[in-house]
Design a protein around this ligand. Structure first.
Ligand SMILES: [Zn+2]
Length: 299
């Protein structure tokens, strides 16, 4: 099995950060395959955002959330179907109402098993966390938007349309100005393009740029990315600028009929020079591949 070069993908309940009254985040501490996890409270209900990868991580999250909630009702949602975000939902069965958008539910049903295999192959520490995963079936599925009343606090769940995945969803808490983006936004690393032709080609760089414009227009004060440090609206601008640069540099070379290999070489070098401090350089090439496939010839 592949060497897994990163720390154990385990959710640890440390440095829990209160972003607003009754709204906390369990930060991922920069650990790969651990997402930022949100707990949002109202007077009668509490919403958990993301499960962590696999049933044991999710049990850790559930225990924390149940203690936090006290006798309030629990809800669970996930930003998209990828394993570290959603493959722990089974631990919440019977304890929380699992609520997601339809496109994400379809991703989970049609692509969940394939992703389980693919991730288990990433290395022993990942396979260990995925042991015993059963893909959960959501209790409530909505089409495009859902306003969840937690009691004195409304939370907006919004399907964004295809971008990082087919079923991306953002969760916004308007009274606190907080937005959970999932992997539409990362801090301190290159955008993750799950571009794995022919198995998975759902990611769209072009649609992603349009989604980032819409998220920026919503003007949140606090942005909780899928992975990495919590930030402000600049995080949204950074991702949009990066995606636009990647598109422009890729397409300019595509227009002059350069080979994909040379495009990848040149654009990767240029992008790394622009963001030398960002992690996840392996995702640049996949982004270029995606954008080559989405190339539109100028009329
Ligand atoms: Zn993802």
């Amino acid at each position: 099995m592949a060497e897994y070069p990163f720390p154990e993908p385990v959710v640890r309940i440390t440095d829990v950060r209160e972003l607003a009254r009754d709204l906390v985040v369990i930060p991922n501490q920069g650990v790969q395959l651990v997402p930022n996890i949100g707990i949002i409270g109202g007077t009668h209900s509490v919403l958990v955002v993301e499960t962590g990868m696999g049933p044991r991580n999710a049990e850790t999250v559930l225990k924390f959330a149940a203690d936090y909630a006290g006798d309030r009702k629990l809800y669970l949602t996930t930003t998209h179907f990828h394993p570290e975000h959603a493959f722990g939902a089974q631990a919440f069965t019977g304890f929380a109402t699992f609520l997601i958008n339809r496109a994400q539910a379809e991703d989970l049903a049609t692509k969940g098993a394939g992703y389980l295999d693919m991730f288990a192959g990433l290395g022993e520490p990942v396979a260990r966390q995925l042991e015993g995963v059963e893909l959960a079936i959501p209790d409530v599925v909505y089409d495009n938007s859902y306003d969840l009343d937690l009691g004195g606090r409304m939370v907006q769940l919004r399907a964004t349309g295809r971008a990082h995945s087919k079923g991306d969803q953002v969760i916004t808490v308007p009274d606190a100005g907080v937005m959970f983006t999932g992997d539409l936004v990362e801090a301190g690393q290159f955008a993750i393009f799950p571009w794995f032709p022919p198995h998975d080609t759902d990611v769209s760089g072009i649609r992603w740029i349009a989604v980032m414009d819409r998220l920026a227009a919503a003007d949140p004060q606090v942005v909780v990315p899928g992975h990495g440090d919590i930030g402000g609206p600049q995080l949204l601008a950074d991702v949009r600028d990066y995606l636009q640069l990647l598109r422009d540099e890729t397409w300019a070379r595509r227009d002059s009929a350069m080979s994909e290999e040379t495009i990848t070489e040149e654009v990767t070098a240029l992008i790394i020079e622009r963001h030398p401090e960002w992690a996840g350089r392996e995702w640049i090439e996949r982004g270029i591949g995606c954008l080559c496939a989405e190339h539109v010839v100028d009329p």
